[in-house]
Design a protein around this ligand. Structure first.
Ligand code: NAP
Length: 331
């Protein structure tokens, strides 16, 4: 089979489109013929050894796939050969085939095309767990989403709207603001590219307060860096600050800000929660497929790439030029 391989630590331009051995399903395992692979920011981190997981090389990046079950090992009961499925892989998805433990695979609805299926579970799973389980978001509350036009950001917009919240999307360009509006944000704000001097940080905080109507009850931060402190200053009494990701760097906010608003900083680690709280995850997946069926959520795929060109998709995320979801589709 063909795969896009990381053979040494480095940027996406160093990935190699090469032959790799066909995987064989062992006991409790499933081989999927991959039809599409979702592109996510962790793909950029994992090839540079900056992610929580550091697979042995050579490996293909690609944390989630959709495709057709090609073979199953002994003891696999919940999926059959020929079935359409999603696989949560962590890595290995930028390849024509992938082998995964059966527990990481789930059937997909007939009406869901492969490209949307490959861009579904990681973003919506993360944002639903963040807003519902970690953020305790209630109808009528105001959510400020940083990085609102990105993968998890757009999912957060759609889900927060479906949960009855008022949504403010914060992004780095007018085009991204328009995109966030199209995805359902009630209001948007364009922030500067960063890094910020003290006065810029204060001015951004004032702007966040203005656009949220005084402050946010929940802040969904998929960006980090210098955006954290001004956002935390624009929090309402009893607010919840959701720590989701750090493409702009790991922030170190002054903790007195939480005391002043009796607010909470809440960590969100969706992948670990899936492993530790499988019942919660099962229920969330059911809810997400229902919301998809009702047309309330739908992956916004803005560009598709061939397997050979998958590195360009990762580069677009790193360059901050992508909107919504990018997907690698097999020939
Ligand atoms: N906690 C979890 O369980 C979990 C699960 C999935 C993903 N994540 C994390 O969530 C973050 C977003 O993932 P994603 O797949 O949605 O990525 P994405 O589509 O690339 O979105 C990230 C957004 O971050 C913003 N950004 C700000 N500074 C940036 C910089 N220096 N470089 C690149 N982007 C920058 C960009 O928006 P603007 O240009 O508008 O600022 C971009 O749209 C990542 O850090 C990822 O690791 C966490």
């Amino acid at each position: 089979m063909k795969a896009l391989l990381s053979t040494k630590v480095g940027p996406p331009e160093q990935l190699e489109y090469a032959d790799a051995p066909d995987p064989v399903a062992g006991e409790g395992e499933v081989v999927i013929a991959v039809k599409a692979a979702g592109v996510n920011f962790p793909d950029a981190l994992i090839i540079e050894d900056k992610y929580q997981f550091k697979p042995e090389r050579p490996f293909a990046p690609g944390g989630e796939v959709a495709g057709v079950v090609e073979s199953v090992g002994a003891g696999v009961a919940h999926v059959k050969v020929g079935q359409r499925v999603i696989g949560s892989s962590g890595w290995g998805g930028y390849a024509e085939k992938i082998k995964l433990p059966a527990a990481r695979i789930m059937p997909i609805p007939d009406a869901m095309p492969f490209d949307e299926a490959s861009a579904f579970i990681l973003t919506y799973g993360t944002s639903y767990y963040a807003l519902k389980d970690r953020g305790q978001l209630k109808a009528g509350e105001t959510v400020l989403i940083l990085g609102a036009a990105g993968g998890v950001g757009v999912a957060a917009i759609e889900l927060a709207k479906a949960m009855g919240a008022r949504v403010v999307g914060a992004v780095s360009s007018a085009d991204k603001a328009e995109f966030a509006k199209m995805c359902g944000a009630d209001e948007t704000i364009v922030y500067p590219p960063g890094a910020f001097a003290k006065e810029q940080s204060k001015a951004l905080s004032d702007d966040f307060k203005k656009v949220t109507g005084g402050g946010a009850d929940v802040i969904y931060d998929a960006v980090g860096g210098d955006y954290c402190e001004p956002a935390l200053r624009a929090m309402n009494w009893g607010g919840r600050y959701l720590v989701v990701g750090f493409p702009a760097g790991i922030p170190t906010p002054p903790l007195n800000l939480t005391l002043l608003k009796s607010s909470s900083i809440v960590g969100v680690f969706w992948g670990a929660s899936v492993a530790r709280e499988p019942k919660l995850h099962e229920g969330n997946v059911r809810d997400l497929f229902n919301l998809y069926g009702e047309g309330k959520i739908k992956p916004r795929i803005s560009a598709r790439y061939t397997l050979r060109d998958g590195g360009q998709a990762i580069r677009a995320l790193m360059n901050r030029t992508a909107t919504g979801k990018l997907v690698v589709v097999m020939d």
